[in-house]
Write a protein of this length. Structure first.
Length: 384
């Protein structure tokens, strides 16, 4: 795998776009306990926000090949960021759940379009080096995740009623990136005369797609409800538990930035298997922990494990697409949507029925599924 690439204007603009939407994800996911307290809902009802994000990702998965064909990958990223900003504003100014759910859908749709555009454009721009470049870009985006988690948790501790307002900081950053970073000359796009990428995908693609669903499900199940488990096991309040989940983000930053360098001698599949194994070890320690210190170290380890899984699993799916990356990325978003829609909601339902601790048993099952599929279905090399 190439271990270097040019981090020019293209890299930093696309990476910053994803950092903006990750700021929201970092603040919103762990803050489910805060949102549930504000709205007076159960774990199951609060989990519907994760379902709304998942359904949005599914919709974005179907829409992205059309966006990429009609507007191009670069412009699709800007369109996604605009949709994201609109939904975020609605979420912050609309307290009731019957308004926060559709606002979450809009925000999630824009988020998924931005992420899909990043994957597709970087895969096209860097070729084989995308295996190195995409995790690095995700490392930059993880800075946004950590800032979102830390900031929203801190605001909740100091000003409990204003935690949502902190999410609005993503808006001026998005405007600044658009004004300073937009390159009109590079956005000229002529739709392909043969139409958008379409057609049937192979059986190995869809089996690997199931593995991708398992990877993302385990990540979002942990990130959405880790604060609830901390509160249950350690006895910390909702605000402190939310801030503590930033440990996952710190692990993601280091894993995404340094992981490609450390594991560069391994194949794509080998890197992914190592990442899944690290996630499993971190989760086991977190699930058995009754100490805040051990829990923080465990969450950090989980972050290391999940850090590169999205990028590597997505590149695997592209390798099975028979030269149709935009179509593969769309189906990747569909997979992420299924994971985000089902996993946090199901964990919430199980948590209401059996307690959050027992409900978390579903996570190692998901980790095992993803490991087995990667182990026994080798990827095809992505050509530069």
């Amino acid at each position: 795998m190439p271990n270097t690439f040019h981090r020019g204007r293209f890299f930093w603009i696309v990476a910053t776009q994803t950092a903006i939407v990750n700021f929201y994800l970092g603040g919103f996911g762990p803050a489910q306990s805060l949102l549930r307290a504000d709205q007076g809902t159960s774990l199951t009802i609060a989990g519907l926000h994760g379902t709304a994000m998942g359904v949005a990702a599914i919709a974005a998965g179907y829409a992205f090949p059309h966006f990429a064909h009609r507007f191009g990958r670069t412009r699709s990223g800007w369109i996604g960021l605009s949709i994201f900003s609109t939904g975020l504003i609605i979420f912050v100014i609309s307290p009731p759940i019957f308004l926060t759910l559709p606002a979450t859908f809009i925000t999630g749709f824009g988020t998924s379009i931005v992420i899909n555009a990043m994957l597709a454009s970087m895969n096209h721009h860097y070729g084989k080096a995308a295996e190195f470049a995409i995790p690095k870009a995700n490392g930059v985006s993880s800075v946004g995740f950590v800032l979102g988690t830390g900031l929203i948790g801190t605001i909740a501790i100091i000003f409990p009623s204003l935690w949502r307002v902190g999410l609005l900081l993503a808006i001026p950053v998005a405007i600044a990136v658009f004004v300073l970073g937009r390159d009109k000359e590079s956005e000229d796009h002529v739709p392909d005369a043969v139409g958008r990428q379409s057609g049937k995908l192979s059986g190995v693609f869809w089996i690997s797609w199931i593995g991708f669903v398992a990877c993302i499900s385990s990540e979002f199940a942990v990130s959405f409800w880790a604060a609830a488990l901390l509160k249950d096991r350690v006895g910390s309040n909702a605000a402190i538990s939310t801030a503590a989940v930033a440990a996952i983000g710190f692990g993601m930053i280091l894993g995404r930035w340094y992981g490609p360098n450390i594991l560069r001698r391994l194949t794509l599949d080998g890197q992914l298997l190592v990442a899944i194994s690290i996630q499993f070890l971190g989760f086991v320690a977190f699930w058995f922990s009754h100490s805040m210190t051990i829990s923080l170290i465990s969450l950090f380890t989980i972050g290391l494990g999940v850090s590169t899984q999205f990028a590597l699993a997505a590149i695997r799916l592209i390798s099975f697409s028979d030269g149709r990356p935009d179509l593969a990325i769309g189906r990747t978003s569909f997979a992420a949507g299924v994971a985000i829609a089902v996993a946090p909601f199901l964990l919430g339902v199980l948590g209401d029925s059996f307690g959050i601790s027992r409900a978390y048993i579903m996570v190692p099952v998901l980790i095992a599924i993803s490991f087995v599929i990667v182990k026994f279905i080798p990827s095809n090399p992505v050509q530069a």
